[in-house]
Ligand binder design. Structure first.
Ligand SMILES: C[S@@+](CC[C@H](N)C(=O)[O-])C[C@H]1O[C@@H](n2cnc3c(N)ncnc32)[C@H](O)[C@@H]1O
Length: 217
């Protein structure tokens, strides 16, 4: 019988060392072709629009992308997800100031940074938590993608229904030289499909905030 490992109960010991190791190591993973195509498709619109750029990374069905586009009508909002299946479930709203793209954000972030993009805001809503202790390096703040995420700048907003994720995210950001905090969400408007699902089943929801324009670069 398979033994099921329990979820991690508290912030990982040695988190700061892992973060520092990622900050001091160049990441060699090749960029995927399909991400390059998605990036090139949108690049000129982003670079000619002059609008503040919001990235909704791992946007799933893109409900949050549509929500953010309405909330920030002056901005251009890019929703990026690797799942064609999820993106295909997006409704038929007029996409005046938002675009949904299929790409791996591990690649998309590096392409955006190499092109000199700087974000106004960066949303990461309910990213996969990988809750077993062994999943730490798959969480965005524990992964080699962290330096790129940080260097894209902007106000970073991460939401999760797992408190350990919020705590670790704050610790990782602090370890990288940024101020960060998290808070419990109460009855803020629902932004995304997972948020709606988690709220409906009574989960506690947490939001991490950090202004990445202030701190280490
Ligand atoms: C739990 S869902 C949350 C979706 C959405 N943000 C929401 O709140 O409804 C996590 C999403 O992350 C996407 N994802 C995971 N790893 C990704 C990656 N490397 N690049 C792009 N999307 C990714 C998955 O396809 C999935 O849609």
């Amino acid at each position: 019988m398979k033994s099921r490992k329990p979820p991690q109960q508290a912030a990982r010991e040695g988190l700061g060392q892992i973060v520092q190791m990622h900050l001091n190591t160049a990441w060699q993973r090749p960029v995927g072709k399909h991400s390059v195509i998605a990036f090139n498709d949108i690049r000129s619109r982003v670079e000619t629009s002059g609008a503040p750029l919001i990235l909704d990374s791992c946007c799933g069905t893109g409900e949050s992308t549509c929500y953010l586009a309405a909330a920030f009508p002056q901005a251009l909002v890019l929703g990026v997800d690797k799942s064609a299946h999820r993106l295909a479930r997006h409704g038929s709203a007029r996409r005046e100031n938002y675009v949904l793209l299929r790409a791996d954000v591990n690649d998309f972030w590096r392409l955006a940074l190499a092109a000199g993009w700087q974000l106004f805001r960066h949303y990461l809503l309910y990213p996969n938590p990988y809750p077993k202790a062994s999943g730490f390096r798959k969480r965005w703040y524990g992964s080699p993608a962290l330096p790129t995420l940080l260097n894209l700048g902007g106000e970073l907003i991460v939401r999760t229904n797992w408190q350990v994720y919020a705590e670790e995210c704050v610790l990782a950001l602090e370890s990288a030289g940024y101020q960060a905090d998290y808070r419990l969400l109460f009855d803020e408007p629902l932004m995304s499909a997972f948020e709606t699902k988690y709220r409906a089943r009574g989960d506690r929801l947490f939001e991490v905030y950090s202004n990445l324009n202030v701190g280490e670069k």
